[in-house]
Design a protein around this ligand. Structure first.
Ligand SMILES: *Cc1c(COP(=O)(O)O)cnc(C)c1O
Length: 229
């Protein structure tokens, strides 16, 4: 299977049901990402700021870049001028920093709040209490240059479908509850980013409308870190 046919096949599957595809290009070289671009894909995601910056520099400017990995506050300034969406907001502190640099860049940056749903303690994300606390905080009220578009979650890395399904179900319930409670009047709270290559079908069944696929498109990742050569 080629990248071109992978993109076409997945887009044919997702487009009719209104699910957005973010092609996760981490560790992949520009030539391979350009193959997906040539097939019509415009939304790409990276999990490291450094790598994202290098690729943004080198690649066509109509690409919509998504950050899906943990964001340190000291790196926000580099991506604020151009980032399309940040999926991995996991603290009020980082959200305030995004707001600050978005203001400087005269932009409003779309963000998702990352919620911790897996039964592993290695993953980033807000737990339910932290999420509510953030949304209720006075500081949050004052942020005018970030727009919360929805939630993101990563399910447990397990073969056990029942567990993964329950985690996605829980996140969808939380999404609906948060929307009804805190974003009732904001139609822009509309994005539930859940599902990766191994579990995106389950995620869609449970109500995801944005999936983040890497290996399904580009094949297995062999190298761990991209080098800008
Ligand atoms: C790497 C990554 C993906 C894509 O993973 P695949 O299993 O290759 O589809 C999705 N989301 C996040 C946050 C990632 O870091």
């Amino acid at each position: 299977m080629s990248i071109t046919s992978n993109i076409t096949e997945i887009q044919n599957e997702l487009h009719p049901i209104g699910v957005s595809l973010i092609a996760i290009s981490k560790t992949k070289p520009v030539e391979e990402i350009m193959e997906a671009y040539a097939a019509g894909q415009r939304a790409f995601g990276e999990n490291q700021v450094q790598e994202l910056l290098a690729k943004h520099e080198e690649m066509p400017k109509d690409i919509e870049w998504h950050l899906v990995g943990h964001l340190q506050t000291n790196k926000v300034k580099y991506i604020a001028p151009f980032i399309h969406m940040i999926h991995s907001v996991d603290s009020l502190k980082v959200l305030m920093e995004i707001n600050k640099h978005a203001l400087k860049a005269n932009r409003v940056i779309d963000c998702l709040l990352q919620v911790f749903i897996a039964d592993e303690d290695t993953k980033f994300g807000l737990d339910h209490a932290e999420l509510i606390e953030l949304l209720r905080s006075e500081e949050f009220e004052g942020l005018k240059n970030v727009r919360i578009r929805g939630l993101m979650g990563i399910a447990s890395n397990t073969e056990n479908e029942r567990i993964v399904k329950e985690e996605f179900y829980e996140l969808k319930m939380l999404f609906d509850g948060i929307k009804a409670t805190y974003f009732r009047k904001e139609s822009s709270f509309d994005t539930l980013s859940m599902g990766m290559s191994s579990d995106y079908k389950l995620a869609i069944e449970q109500g995801s409308n944005m999936v983040r696929l890497g290996s399904t498109i580009f094949g297995k990742r062999i190298i761990k870190h991209y080098k800008n050569t």
